[in-house]
Design a protein around this ligand. Structure first.
Ligand SMILES: NC(=O)C1=CN([C@@H]2O[C@H](COP(=O)(O)OP(=O)(O)OC[C@H]3O[C@@H](n4cnc5c(N)ncnc54)[C@H](OP(=O)(O)O)[C@@H]3O)[C@@H](O)[C@H]2O)C=CC1
Ligand SMILES: Cc1cn([C@H]2C[C@H](O)[C@@H](COP(=O)(O)OP(=O)(O)O[C@H]3O[C@@H](C)C(=O)[C@@H](O)[C@H]3O)O2)c(=O)[nH]c1=O
Length: 287
Protein backbone atom coordinates (compact mmCIF):
# COMPACT_ATOMS: atom_id res chain seq x y z
CA UNK A 1 0.00 0.00 0.00
CA UNK A 2 1.40 3.43 -0.98
CA UNK A 3 2.20 5.83 1.84
CA UNK A 4 0.87 9.37 1.38
CA UNK A 5 2.01 12.33 3.45
CA UNK A 6 -0.77 14.91 3.66
CA UNK A 7 -0.22 18.43 4.99
CA UNK A 8 -3.16 20.62 6.03
CA UNK A 9 -5.21 17.60 7.14
CA UNK A 10 -7.17 19.67 9.66
CA UNK A 11 -8.32 22.07 6.93
CA UNK A 12 -11.44 22.16 4.78
CA UNK A 13 -9.95 20.21 1.87
CA UNK A 14 -7.42 18.25 3.93
CA UNK A 15 -9.93 16.82 6.42
CA UNK A 16 -12.13 15.30 3.69
CA UNK A 17 -9.11 14.22 1.68
CA UNK A 18 -7.71 12.43 4.73
CA UNK A 19 -10.95 10.48 5.10
CA UNK A 20 -11.06 9.68 1.38
CA UNK A 21 -7.43 8.59 1.07
CA UNK A 22 -7.51 6.48 4.23
CA UNK A 23 -9.42 3.66 2.52
CA UNK A 24 -6.80 3.07 -0.19
CA UNK A 25 -3.53 4.38 1.23
CA UNK A 26 -1.48 4.48 4.37
CA UNK A 27 -1.79 8.17 5.22
CA UNK A 28 0.60 10.09 7.40
CA UNK A 29 -1.00 13.43 8.32
CA UNK A 30 1.36 15.48 10.51
CA UNK A 31 -0.16 18.33 12.47
CA UNK A 32 1.11 21.89 12.30
CA UNK A 33 3.16 21.23 15.47
CA UNK A 34 4.73 18.09 13.96
CA UNK A 35 5.50 19.60 10.54
CA UNK A 36 5.17 23.39 10.47
CA UNK A 37 4.90 24.91 7.00
CA UNK A 38 7.85 27.18 7.60
CA UNK A 39 11.13 27.82 5.81
CA UNK A 40 12.85 26.73 9.06
CA UNK A 41 11.38 23.20 8.86
CA UNK A 42 13.69 20.35 7.89
CA UNK A 43 11.35 18.71 5.35
CA UNK A 44 14.23 16.60 4.02
CA UNK A 45 14.80 14.77 7.34
CA UNK A 46 11.05 14.40 7.98
CA UNK A 47 10.47 12.82 4.55
CA UNK A 48 13.60 10.70 4.85
CA UNK A 49 12.21 9.22 8.06
CA UNK A 50 8.56 8.86 6.96
CA UNK A 51 9.38 7.71 3.38
CA UNK A 52 6.17 8.75 1.60
CA UNK A 53 5.46 7.71 -2.01
CA UNK A 54 3.63 11.02 -2.57
CA UNK A 55 3.36 14.27 -0.61
CA UNK A 56 0.03 16.10 -1.00
CA UNK A 57 0.53 19.69 0.12
CA UNK A 58 -2.93 20.93 1.09
CA UNK A 59 -1.70 23.15 3.91
CA UNK A 60 -1.63 26.92 3.38
CA UNK A 61 -2.66 30.21 4.85
CA UNK A 62 -5.93 30.45 2.93
CA UNK A 63 -7.74 33.33 4.62
CA UNK A 64 -7.58 35.91 1.86
CA UNK A 65 -8.30 38.89 4.12
CA UNK A 66 -5.84 37.73 6.82
CA UNK A 67 -3.04 37.30 4.23
CA UNK A 68 -3.50 40.89 3.13
CA UNK A 69 -2.55 42.19 6.59
CA UNK A 70 0.00 39.45 7.41
CA UNK A 71 2.19 39.38 4.28
CA UNK A 72 5.30 37.93 5.94
CA UNK A 73 3.46 34.99 7.47
CA UNK A 74 1.64 34.43 4.16
CA UNK A 75 4.90 34.49 2.18
CA UNK A 76 6.60 32.05 4.56
CA UNK A 77 3.68 29.59 4.69
CA UNK A 78 2.51 29.79 1.09
CA UNK A 79 5.76 30.34 -0.84
CA UNK A 80 8.97 29.71 1.09
CA UNK A 81 7.81 26.55 2.90
CA UNK A 82 6.38 24.86 -0.25
CA UNK A 83 9.57 25.76 -2.12
CA UNK A 84 11.68 24.00 0.52
CA UNK A 85 9.23 21.09 0.64
CA UNK A 86 9.45 20.76 -3.15
CA UNK A 87 13.26 20.71 -3.04
CA UNK A 88 13.18 17.93 -0.43
CA UNK A 89 10.77 15.90 -2.60
CA UNK A 90 13.04 16.27 -5.63
CA UNK A 91 16.17 15.20 -3.72
CA UNK A 92 14.40 12.15 -2.29
CA UNK A 93 12.56 11.32 -5.53
CA UNK A 94 9.15 11.66 -3.87
CA UNK A 95 6.15 12.67 -5.96
CA UNK A 96 4.63 16.02 -5.02
CA UNK A 97 1.05 17.16 -5.52
CA UNK A 98 0.67 20.80 -4.52
CA UNK A 99 -2.74 22.46 -4.22
CA UNK A 100 -2.87 25.79 -6.01
CA UNK A 101 -5.65 28.26 -6.75
CA UNK A 102 -7.58 30.11 -9.46
CA UNK A 103 -6.34 33.28 -7.69
CA UNK A 104 -2.94 32.87 -9.46
CA UNK A 105 -4.68 34.70 -12.34
CA UNK A 106 -5.52 38.40 -12.56
CA UNK A 107 -9.18 37.77 -13.33
CA UNK A 108 -9.13 40.31 -16.14
CA UNK A 109 -9.14 37.95 -19.16
CA UNK A 110 -12.93 37.94 -19.50
CA UNK A 111 -13.23 34.22 -20.30
CA UNK A 112 -12.10 31.00 -18.58
CA UNK A 113 -8.38 30.50 -18.11
CA UNK A 114 -6.73 27.30 -19.35
CA UNK A 115 -3.47 25.71 -18.21
CA UNK A 116 -1.79 27.52 -21.13
CA UNK A 117 -2.55 31.00 -19.83
CA UNK A 118 0.10 33.03 -18.09
CA UNK A 119 -0.29 33.53 -14.35
CA UNK A 120 0.09 36.77 -12.37
CA UNK A 121 -1.64 39.99 -11.53
CA UNK A 122 -4.16 38.91 -8.89
CA UNK A 123 -5.31 41.94 -6.89
CA UNK A 124 -4.82 40.32 -3.46
CA UNK A 125 -1.69 39.20 -1.63
CA UNK A 126 -2.98 35.65 -1.07
CA UNK A 127 -3.25 35.21 -4.84
CA UNK A 128 0.23 36.62 -5.30
CA UNK A 129 1.62 34.08 -2.81
CA UNK A 130 -0.07 31.22 -4.68
CA UNK A 131 1.50 32.51 -7.91
CA UNK A 132 4.90 32.78 -6.18
CA UNK A 133 4.52 29.22 -4.89
CA UNK A 134 3.81 27.79 -8.34
CA UNK A 135 6.89 29.44 -9.83
CA UNK A 136 9.14 28.45 -6.92
CA UNK A 137 7.90 24.85 -6.87
CA UNK A 138 8.28 24.26 -10.60
CA UNK A 139 11.80 25.70 -10.49
CA UNK A 140 12.77 23.54 -7.51
CA UNK A 141 10.98 20.43 -8.73
CA UNK A 142 9.97 20.24 -12.41
CA UNK A 143 8.31 16.84 -11.79
CA UNK A 144 5.75 18.35 -9.36
CA UNK A 145 2.00 18.30 -10.03
CA UNK A 146 0.17 21.57 -9.40
CA UNK A 147 -3.60 21.25 -9.06
CA UNK A 148 -5.43 24.56 -9.39
CA UNK A 149 -8.71 24.33 -7.50
CA UNK A 150 -11.19 27.16 -6.87
CA UNK A 151 -14.10 28.40 -4.77
CA UNK A 152 -14.15 25.26 -2.62
CA UNK A 153 -17.09 24.08 -0.58
CA UNK A 154 -17.47 21.01 1.55
CA UNK A 155 -18.56 19.50 4.83
CA UNK A 156 -16.23 21.41 7.14
CA UNK A 157 -16.54 25.06 6.05
CA UNK A 158 -16.69 27.90 6.61
CA UNK A 159 -17.03 28.80 2.95
CA UNK A 160 -19.39 30.79 0.72
CA UNK A 161 -21.85 27.88 0.36
CA UNK A 162 -22.03 27.16 4.10
CA UNK A 163 -22.56 30.84 4.92
CA UNK A 164 -25.48 31.05 2.49
CA UNK A 165 -26.91 27.78 3.85
CA UNK A 166 -26.58 29.08 7.43
CA UNK A 167 -28.52 32.21 6.49
CA UNK A 168 -31.28 30.13 4.86
CA UNK A 169 -31.50 27.82 7.89
CA UNK A 170 -31.78 30.87 10.13
CA UNK A 171 -34.84 31.93 8.11
CA UNK A 172 -33.38 35.02 6.41
CA UNK A 173 -35.86 36.60 4.03
CA UNK A 174 -33.23 38.53 2.02
CA UNK A 175 -29.66 37.50 1.16
CA UNK A 176 -27.15 39.60 -0.71
CA UNK A 177 -24.52 38.07 -2.96
CA UNK A 178 -21.98 39.72 -5.21
CA UNK A 179 -22.94 39.74 -8.88
CA UNK A 180 -19.61 40.87 -10.36
CA UNK A 181 -17.30 38.02 -9.28
CA UNK A 182 -17.15 34.95 -11.51
CA UNK A 183 -15.41 31.63 -10.98
CA UNK A 184 -15.64 27.85 -10.99
CA UNK A 185 -17.15 26.59 -7.72
CA UNK A 186 -15.68 23.23 -6.79
CA UNK A 187 -16.99 20.44 -4.62
CA UNK A 188 -14.41 19.02 -2.23
CA UNK A 189 -16.14 15.63 -2.60
CA UNK A 190 -15.38 15.70 -6.35
CA UNK A 191 -11.73 16.57 -5.63
CA UNK A 192 -11.52 13.60 -3.26
CA UNK A 193 -12.54 11.35 -6.18
CA UNK A 194 -10.09 12.96 -8.62
CA UNK A 195 -6.93 13.55 -6.58
CA UNK A 196 -6.16 9.79 -6.29
CA UNK A 197 -5.93 9.63 -10.12
CA UNK A 198 -2.88 11.88 -9.83
CA UNK A 199 -1.37 9.65 -7.15
CA UNK A 200 -1.83 6.58 -9.35
CA UNK A 201 -0.64 8.08 -12.66
CA UNK A 202 3.13 7.95 -12.36
CA UNK A 203 3.72 9.77 -15.67
CA UNK A 204 1.85 13.05 -15.16
CA UNK A 205 3.43 16.31 -14.09
CA UNK A 206 2.87 20.06 -14.32
CA UNK A 207 -0.24 22.19 -13.97
CA UNK A 208 -3.83 20.89 -14.08
CA UNK A 209 -7.06 22.82 -13.64
CA UNK A 210 -9.22 20.73 -11.34
CA UNK A 211 -12.56 22.51 -10.91
CA UNK A 212 -16.19 21.75 -11.56
CA UNK A 213 -17.06 22.61 -15.14
CA UNK A 214 -18.59 26.01 -15.88
CA UNK A 215 -18.39 29.65 -14.96
CA UNK A 216 -20.78 31.32 -12.55
CA UNK A 217 -21.19 34.41 -10.36
CA UNK A 218 -21.50 34.30 -6.57
CA UNK A 219 -25.05 35.59 -7.07
CA UNK A 220 -26.04 32.71 -9.39
CA UNK A 221 -24.51 30.26 -6.93
CA UNK A 222 -26.54 31.71 -4.06
CA UNK A 223 -29.71 31.48 -6.18
CA UNK A 224 -29.11 27.81 -6.91
CA UNK A 225 -28.50 27.11 -3.21
CA UNK A 226 -31.73 28.86 -2.22
CA UNK A 227 -33.66 27.05 -4.98
CA UNK A 228 -32.36 23.63 -3.94
CA UNK A 229 -33.26 24.52 -0.35
CA UNK A 230 -36.82 25.17 -1.51
CA UNK A 231 -36.51 28.61 0.08
CA UNK A 232 -38.61 31.64 -0.86
CA UNK A 233 -35.82 33.92 0.43
CA UNK A 234 -35.08 36.84 -1.89
CA UNK A 235 -31.52 36.61 -3.26
CA UNK A 236 -30.31 40.02 -4.40
CA UNK A 237 -27.29 41.00 -6.43
CA UNK A 238 -24.85 43.52 -5.04
CA UNK A 239 -21.61 44.85 -6.48
CA UNK A 240 -18.27 44.06 -4.81
CA UNK A 241 -17.98 47.79 -4.06
CA UNK A 242 -21.09 47.50 -1.91
CA UNK A 243 -19.76 44.36 -0.17
CA UNK A 244 -16.37 45.71 0.95
CA UNK A 245 -13.71 43.29 2.19
CA UNK A 246 -10.15 44.02 3.37
CA UNK A 247 -8.67 42.27 0.31
CA UNK A 248 -9.86 42.93 -3.23
CA UNK A 249 -11.29 39.91 -5.08
CA UNK A 250 -10.58 39.31 -8.79
CA UNK A 251 -13.39 39.70 -11.34
CA UNK A 252 -13.37 36.44 -13.25
CA UNK A 253 -11.01 33.59 -12.41
CA UNK A 254 -13.12 30.80 -13.92
CA UNK A 255 -11.01 27.90 -15.14
CA UNK A 256 -11.25 25.34 -17.94
CA UNK A 257 -9.06 22.28 -18.25
CA UNK A 258 -7.34 21.25 -21.45
CA UNK A 259 -4.92 18.91 -19.76
CA UNK A 260 -7.35 16.51 -18.02
CA UNK A 261 -8.55 15.24 -21.39
CA UNK A 262 -5.02 15.27 -22.83
CA UNK A 263 -3.89 13.04 -19.94
CA UNK A 264 -6.98 10.82 -20.51
CA UNK A 265 -8.28 11.61 -17.04
CA UNK A 266 -12.04 11.83 -16.43
CA UNK A 267 -13.63 15.30 -16.62
CA UNK A 268 -14.93 16.98 -13.48
CA UNK A 269 -18.73 17.16 -13.10
CA UNK A 270 -20.70 20.31 -13.94
CA UNK A 271 -20.78 22.92 -11.13
CA UNK A 272 -24.56 23.08 -10.80
CA UNK A 273 -25.08 19.32 -10.56
CA UNK A 274 -22.42 19.03 -7.84
CA UNK A 275 -23.65 22.08 -5.92
CA UNK A 276 -27.26 20.87 -5.93
CA UNK A 277 -26.17 17.42 -4.78
CA UNK A 278 -24.14 18.93 -1.93
CA UNK A 279 -27.02 21.17 -0.78
CA UNK A 280 -29.48 18.27 -0.94
CA UNK A 281 -27.25 16.01 1.15
CA UNK A 282 -26.31 18.68 3.69
CA UNK A 283 -29.52 20.64 4.01
CA UNK A 284 -30.09 19.59 7.64
CA UNK A 285 -28.04 21.63 10.13
CA UNK A 286 -24.84 19.83 11.18
CA UNK A 287 -25.16 18.33 14.69
N1 LIG B 1 -10.78 27.20 0.27
C1 LIG B 1 -10.79 27.52 -1.02
O1 LIG B 1 -11.80 28.02 -1.55
C2 LIG B 1 -9.59 27.30 -1.86
C3 LIG B 1 -8.41 26.78 -1.37
N2 LIG B 1 -7.33 26.60 -2.20
C4 LIG B 1 -6.10 26.00 -1.69
O2 LIG B 1 -6.43 24.70 -1.24
C5 LIG B 1 -5.59 24.34 -0.15
C6 LIG B 1 -6.45 23.92 1.03
O3 LIG B 1 -7.26 25.02 1.40
P1 LIG B 1 -8.31 24.91 2.60
O4 LIG B 1 -8.52 23.50 2.97
O5 LIG B 1 -9.47 25.76 2.22
O6 LIG B 1 -7.51 25.65 3.75
P2 LIG B 1 -7.84 25.70 5.31
O7 LIG B 1 -7.53 27.09 5.75
O8 LIG B 1 -9.19 25.15 5.59
O9 LIG B 1 -6.76 24.71 5.93
C7 LIG B 1 -5.43 25.05 5.94
C8 LIG B 1 -4.62 23.92 6.52
O10 LIG B 1 -3.25 24.32 6.49
C9 LIG B 1 -2.71 24.23 7.79
N3 LIG B 1 -1.72 25.28 8.01
C10 LIG B 1 -1.87 26.61 7.84
N4 LIG B 1 -0.73 27.25 8.15
C11 LIG B 1 0.16 26.29 8.53
C12 LIG B 1 1.51 26.31 8.97
N5 LIG B 1 2.18 27.44 9.08
N6 LIG B 1 2.10 25.13 9.27
C13 LIG B 1 1.43 23.96 9.14
N7 LIG B 1 0.16 23.88 8.74
C14 LIG B 1 -0.48 25.03 8.43
C15 LIG B 1 -3.90 24.40 8.74
O11 LIG B 1 -3.54 23.85 9.98
P3 LIG B 1 -4.22 24.35 11.36
O12 LIG B 1 -5.52 23.62 11.47
O13 LIG B 1 -3.23 23.97 12.39
O14 LIG B 1 -4.42 25.83 11.24
C16 LIG B 1 -4.97 23.62 7.98
O15 LIG B 1 -4.81 22.24 8.21
C17 LIG B 1 -4.70 25.56 0.10
O16 LIG B 1 -3.51 25.41 -0.61
C18 LIG B 1 -5.50 26.70 -0.51
O17 LIG B 1 -4.64 27.76 -0.91
C19 LIG B 1 -7.36 26.93 -3.53
C20 LIG B 1 -8.49 27.45 -4.06
C21 LIG B 1 -9.72 27.64 -3.30
C1 LIG C 1 -20.77 35.33 2.93
C2 LIG C 1 -21.03 36.14 1.69
C3 LIG C 1 -19.98 36.57 0.90
N1 LIG C 1 -20.21 37.28 -0.22
C4 LIG C 1 -19.09 37.73 -1.09
C5 LIG C 1 -17.95 38.38 -0.35
C6 LIG C 1 -16.81 38.17 -1.28
O1 LIG C 1 -16.71 39.28 -2.17
C7 LIG C 1 -17.18 36.90 -2.06
C8 LIG C 1 -16.33 35.70 -1.74
O2 LIG C 1 -16.31 35.50 -0.37
P1 LIG C 1 -15.37 34.49 0.40
O3 LIG C 1 -14.64 35.23 1.45
O4 LIG C 1 -16.20 33.34 0.83
O5 LIG C 1 -14.38 33.95 -0.70
P2 LIG C 1 -12.83 34.15 -0.97
O6 LIG C 1 -12.08 34.33 0.29
O7 LIG C 1 -12.59 35.18 -2.00
O8 LIG C 1 -12.58 32.72 -1.56
C9 LIG C 1 -11.35 32.39 -2.15
O9 LIG C 1 -10.59 31.67 -1.19
C10 LIG C 1 -9.29 31.36 -1.62
C11 LIG C 1 -8.65 30.49 -0.53
C12 LIG C 1 -9.19 30.81 -2.99
O10 LIG C 1 -8.16 30.23 -3.35
C13 LIG C 1 -10.23 31.18 -3.99
O11 LIG C 1 -10.42 30.16 -4.96
C14 LIG C 1 -11.56 31.54 -3.38
O12 LIG C 1 -12.29 30.38 -2.99
O13 LIG C 1 -18.54 36.64 -1.75
C15 LIG C 1 -21.51 37.61 -0.63
O14 LIG C 1 -21.72 38.26 -1.65
N2 LIG C 1 -22.56 37.17 0.15
C16 LIG C 1 -22.38 36.47 1.30
O15 LIG C 1 -23.38 36.11 1.99
Amino acid sequence: MKRILLTGATGRLGSELLQGLNSSYEVCAPTRAELPLSPQTDFYSFFQQTKPHTVVNSGALSDVDYCESHPEEAEETNVLAPQKLAEACRKLNIRLIHISSDYVFSGEKGSPYTEEDEIGGNPNFYGQTKEGAEKAILKANPEAILLRVAWLYGKKGPDFVSSIMDKLRAGSTRIQAVEDQFGSPTSIADLCTHIPYFIERENVKGVFHLVNEGCVSRLEMAKVIADEFGSVCEVCGVTSKNFPRPAKRPKNTSLRSLRLQEAKLPPMPNWEASLREFVRKNQKAPE
